[in-house]
Design a protein around this ligand. Structure first.
Ligand code: COA
Length: 152
């Protein structure tokens, strides 16, 4: 009943604002500069009415703690519409994203994750980098850098 499909960057904006940006209305746009890069892509879930209910964005970006790994990918804006969280949608989107990354030869996926979502990522094999804790001023939410080595 939910379709997992690639999204245009613009289709992610509403959930970026509602969930990733905690509903902030003072941010003029949810466009992110890396959205314009040719190798950026977005995956999400769409409900039967066509509403986007889960989002995730993937950007070719060197990992700051593993600059030796070529072709690393940054995961950002992983979010599920609050009314349908904890029903497996985030897992379904991430599972499909990992399948795509693996088949295109990507070996490292990394993200800055909210600490309360780290257990979600750990289920997929992500590990938090030691001493990588930080709190973005904009949100005040504790984060860690997390890494996933993708086996061929
Ligand atoms: C984190 C998030 C993307 C997970 O998506 P989801 O569809 O809710 O997750 P799933 O149902 O696939 O979760 C599978 C399991 O991951 C774990 N999990 C999911 N969300 C979690 C959270 N916020 N905190 C801790 N564990 C979590 C749970 O073990 C969950 O199993 P459960 O449903 O039996 O509790 C989603 O909850 C969300 O958007 N949260 C708010 C925004 C956010 O934190 N985004 C990540 C920023 S880095």
């Amino acid at each position: 009943m939910f379709e997992i499909r690639e999204l245009a960057a613009e289709e992610t904006h509403a959930l970026r604002r509602a969930v990733s940006a905690d509903g902030r209305t003072d941010l003029p746009t949810m466009h992110y500069e890396l959205d314009d890069a040719g190798d950026s892509w977005h995956l999400g879930a769409v409900d039967p009415a066509g509403r986007v209910v889960a989002i995730s964005s993937f950007y070719r970006e060197t990992c700051p703690v593993r600059p030796d790994v070529p072709g690393a990918v940054l995961l950002q804006f992983m979010a599920v519409e609050p009314s349908v969280q904890h029903q497996g949608l985030g897992s379904a989107v991430l599972t499909e994203a990992l399948r795509r990354l693996r088949s295109s030869g990507v070996r490292l996926l990394w993200a800055s994750a909210r600490d309360n979502a780290v257990p979600f990522y750990e289920r997929f094999g992500f590990a938090a980098v030691e001493n990588s804790a930080f709190i973005p001023l904009e949100t005040g939410r504790p984060h860690h850098l997390i890494l996933l080595q993708i086996e061929p």
